[in-house]
Design a protein around this ligand. Structure first.
Ligand code: ZN
Length: 325
């Protein structure tokens, strides 16, 4: 336990959580989730932990939809106190299998931002491709000239994945796919055209069913590129085509965009101008801000956490105090 965690545990025991929660009452906490798993090991948050988190929200907070919160803010109406918003990125099938039943049982509104090319089975997410290739490869060492690094794959797969994925975030999108295809050759792995089961997307039928049952759907682009690394025509295609296909599939307007990767370096005014031009009313970032609704095209969110005490720090306002310092 770190000193900060001890301080949190003591504060919690003394009723400090109530004070923090009160201090944070006007700060909407917008949560960002990705994957919910039912297996002991794997990516994301285990469904039992997720259920526990959702039960805390249902008991102690005002869970509102993002659309409702923005509607109130746009009309200068007071926001509900202790508001929490649930969002999911990417569009993995495990949302439908594991998260949706929990959210439905507790009647918690949620917005899911789908990568439309992924849901349409035209691509799968590139960080998963790298993870898959590294896990399937039987070769001993991998030299990556772009990183001037040799990885010993028996012991270094995770480090290799982090380094290679980080490198991919820095290069123009046009270079990324050839780089990944070249990596597959070096690793002697054949990349399947569609995502293997563990990286599988939602289907449009699942998206339609959820949209008809209280889940809002927004766009997370077509292919999940870093938007600031795109040429203008590709940037427009990613924004317009993803919006259009969701609207065609669901027969509902799409007003929200969620930045792939979504860190401050992945957001700029040019992209925000194009988001506006494509007809979106808001866009979501992947980091928390003191006043999350202040910038409608970079709304602040808290990354969700698999650890319950870290989750409590976010929702009860402990993290807000640290943001303010
Ligand atoms: Zn994403």
């Amino acid at each position: 336990m770190t000193v900060k965690n001890i301080a949190y545990a003591i504060g919690k025991a003394l009723g400090g959580v109530k004070v923090l929660k009160y201090l944070a009452r006007n700060h909407p906490r917008i949560l960002m989730y990705h994957r919910i798993r039912a297996t002991a090991e794997g990516d994301g948050i285990h469904v039992d932990v997720f259920r526990q988190q959702m039960e805390i929200l249902a008991r102690d907070f005002n869970v509102v939809s993002l659309e409702e919160l923005l509607h109130l803010a746009n009309n200068n109406q007071p926001l509900p106190q202790h508001a929490v918003v649930i969002t999911f990125d990417d569009g993995y099938e495990d949302f439908y299998l594991n998260a949706f039943p929990v959210l439905q049982a507790l009647s918690l509104p949620t917005t899911v931002f789908v990568t439309t090319g992924f849901v349409s089975n035209e691509t799968w997410l590139w960080p998963d491709k790298i993870k898959y290739m590294l896990s399937e490869s039987q070769i001993g060492t991998l030299f990556v000239p772009e990183l001037n690094t040799t990885f010993t794959l028996k012991t270094d797969k995770l480090r290799a994945w982090h380094s290679i994925a980080d490198y991919c975030l820095t290069i123009p999108n046009k270079q990324k796919n050839p780089f990944i295809n070249d990596l597959a050759i070096k690793l002697s792995v054949t990349l399947p055209f569609s995502a293997p089961d563990m990286y599988k997307a939602l289907s449009w039928d699942q998206v339609k069913e959820m949209s008809a049952n209280g889940i809002d759907i927004g766009s997370h682009s077509v292919t999940h590129p870093v938007m600031t690394k795109l040429e203008l025509t590709d940037l427009r295609d990613e924004l317009e085509n993803s919006k259009r296909i969701i609207e065609q599939m669901l027969n509902k307007p799409v007003t929200g965009f969620c930045f792939p990767n979504g860190l401050s370096e992945d957001i700029n005014e040019e992209v925000q101008g194009e988001i506006n031009r494509a007809g979106y009313q808001y866009a979501l970032a992947a980091f928390p801000t003191l006043n999350p609704l202040a910038e409608r095209l970079a709304i602040g969110r808290y990354p969700a956490h698999p650890d319950i005490s870290e989750f409590e720090k976010i929702v009860y306002g402990f993290r807000l105090q640290r943001l303010s310092n």
